[in-house]
Ligand binder design. Sequence first.
Ligand SMILES: Nc1ncnc2c1ncn2[C@@H]1O[C@H](COP(=O)(O)OP(=O)(O)OP(=O)(O)O)[C@@H](O)[C@H]1O
Length: 607
Amino acid sequence: MPTVLDSRAPRSADPVSDADRPLRALWRRYTVYRARLILAFTFSVINKVADVMPELLIGAAVDVVVRGDQSFVADVLGVESRYAQLGWLAVINVVVWLVESGSEYLAEVLWRNLAQGIKHDLRMEAYDHVQHLDLSWHESRSSGSTLAILNDDVNQLERFLDVGAPAIIQTALNVILVGGVFAIASTQLLVLAFLPIPVIIVGSLIFQRRLEPLYARVREAVADLSAALSANLAGIATIKAFTAENHEYARISKASLAYRQANSNAIRTAAAFVPLVRVAILTGFTCTLLLGGWATLNGTLEVGMYSVLVFMTQRLLWPLTEVAEVLDLYQRGRASAARLLRLLDEPVIVRQGHASLNRPVAGGLELRGVRAGYADGPDVLKGIDMVIPGGETHAVVGSTGAGKSTLLRLVLRFSDPRSGQVLFDGRDVRDLDWDSLRGSMGYVAQDVFMFAGSIAENIAYGRPTATRAEIEHAARAAAAWEFIEALPDGLDSWVGERGVTLSGGQRQRLALARALLRQPAILVLDEATSAVDNETEAAIQQSLRVATADCTALVVAHRLSTVRHAHRIWVLDAGQIVEFGTHDELVAANGAYAALWRVQTGMLATD
Ligand SMILES: Nc1ncnc2c1ncn2[C@@H]1O[C@H](COP(=O)(O)OP(=O)(O)OP(=O)(O)O)[C@@H](O)[C@H]1O
C-alpha cells in the first residue's frame, strides 16, 4: 500500500547531513531491518571464527606430531596417545566444518535477503515519493535521470549490501582474530605481521578520497546517458522524420563515451591500489617467515605455533587485497545512497488539505483574482475572476499560449496560484483532500496517455470496480463504442506498449470514456476532441450533452463549434479574460470571439 507522503511532515530535518552520511542515514531510516542486520552480522562473526580454526588445528596437529604427550592438545584434553589426540582434532575439525558451513549459509541468506528487502523498500519509497512530487518537479527534469536513480542507484546499493558490507565485516574480523592469535604467540611477530596494515589503511583512505569524486562523476554520466536514451526512444518518430539518426547517434555516442571515460578514470585509480597492497603483504609475510623461522630454530617459538603463524599471515593479509574492491563497492553504494536520499528529500510543495466536501458535490467553481506562472517566470494568468455554477458547461477559448491549460492546472491543483483563490463548492481547493478534489473530477488532457492493458482496463482506470455495462455505457457516451466493437477483441483488445495502435482521435475518445466513467462532478476537458473529425465531434457533442447534464463541464477548445452550446464562454487573451458570454452574445458583441468565429466558419465554408 503506498503511503500518503504528502500528508507527512518533511522527511528529513537535516537533508544535507543525510546526503553527507548516506549509509548512516539509511541505518536510521530502516529501523525494521536492524534486528536482521544484527543477526546477519552475528552469523558472519561465527562464520569467520570457524573460518580461522583450520589453521589453528593444523598448528595443533603439527604440535601433536612434534611434541607427543607434551603437546597443547594433551594438556587441554588430558589424552596422551598421539593417535587419540589426532582423532580428537579430526572430530573438532568436522564440528568446525559443520559450524562454518551452517553459519556461512545463514549469513549469506540473511545478507542477500536484507539487500533484496532494503532494495525493494527503498525503490518503492522512492517511487511513491516521486509520484507524489509536484507536476512542475517532473516537468523540470528528464524522466531518464529519475529512472537512473530508481533503477541503477537502487541496484548499486543492493550490490553494496549484498557483497560489500559482509566483506568489510569479514576483513575487520580477520584482523581482530588473527591479531589475537599473534598476540598470544609473540608480540614481536604481531608487530611485524601487522606492520603493513596501517600502510594499507592509510593507502585505502587516500584512495577513497580520490575515488569519491570519480564515482560521483560516473553516476552523473550514467544519469545523463540514461536521460538521453529515454528521451530519444520517446522521440523516435521525430528522429526518423527529420532523418536525425546520425546526429542522434553521435549525441548518444558522446554521452556513452563520457560514461566510459568516467568509469575508466575510476578504474585506473582503483586498480592502482592492489599493487600497493601486494608490496605491503610481501613485507609482512617475509618478516614472519624469516623471523618466525629463526625464533623456532632458536627454540623460542614452538614448531606448531610457527606453522600457525605462517598460515595466519597469509590469511590476515591476502584478504586485504580485496579492500580496494570493497572500497569500490562502498564508494559506489555511498554515492547511490546519497542520490536516493536527495530524491527522497525533494519537498512536495502542493500538499493536499484535510477538508472533505459535503456529498453530493454540487460542482461549483470560482476563480478569484488568480495570478499564476511557472518557476521564476512572469505571470501567465494575470488576475482571473470566473464563476462557474454547478451543472453548467463553461468553455475557455483564446489564442495559443493565452493560459488556458494553466488555468485548468489550477483547477486540478497540479499547481497553486501565486495569489488569489480557486474555490470548489465554496471551499479553497488548497483546503481539500485529494479524494474530494481530484476524486470529483474527470480530466482529459491534451496528450492522452494509455496504459499497457486492455481497452476495458484503460477506460476503468479511474473506477476499477466498474461493470462491463458501465464501461460500455461510458464508451458509447464518448462515441468510442463503434470502433471498440470493430476491434477483434473488443473491450479486451490490448492497448499501450505492444498493443493495438489507436489513432489520435480514438485515444481521445477512450480518454473521454475514462473521464465519464468516474461520473465526475466536474468534467475538465483540455482540447479533448481536437483530433477527431467533424462528424465524430458532432456525435461526441450530442452524447456529451446527455452525459454532462448533471455535472459541471470546463472545456478548453480551439475549435469554437465544440463550445458553441456552452452556458458561458470565457475568452482569454495573454492571461486575462477579455470577454465572456454565450456564443450568441459574443458573436453579437463583435469582439475578439466574433472575429475568431468568422475566421473559423469562413475556413469551414471553404473546406
Ligand atoms: N510547464 C511550464 N513551464 C513553464 N512555462 C510554461 C509551462 N507550461 C506552459 N508554460 C507557459 O505558459 C504560457 C501559457 O501556456 P498554456 O499551456 O497555459 O497556454 P494555452 O492557452 O493552453 O496554449 P495552447 O492553446 O497552445 O495549449 C505559455 O507562454 C507557456 O510557454
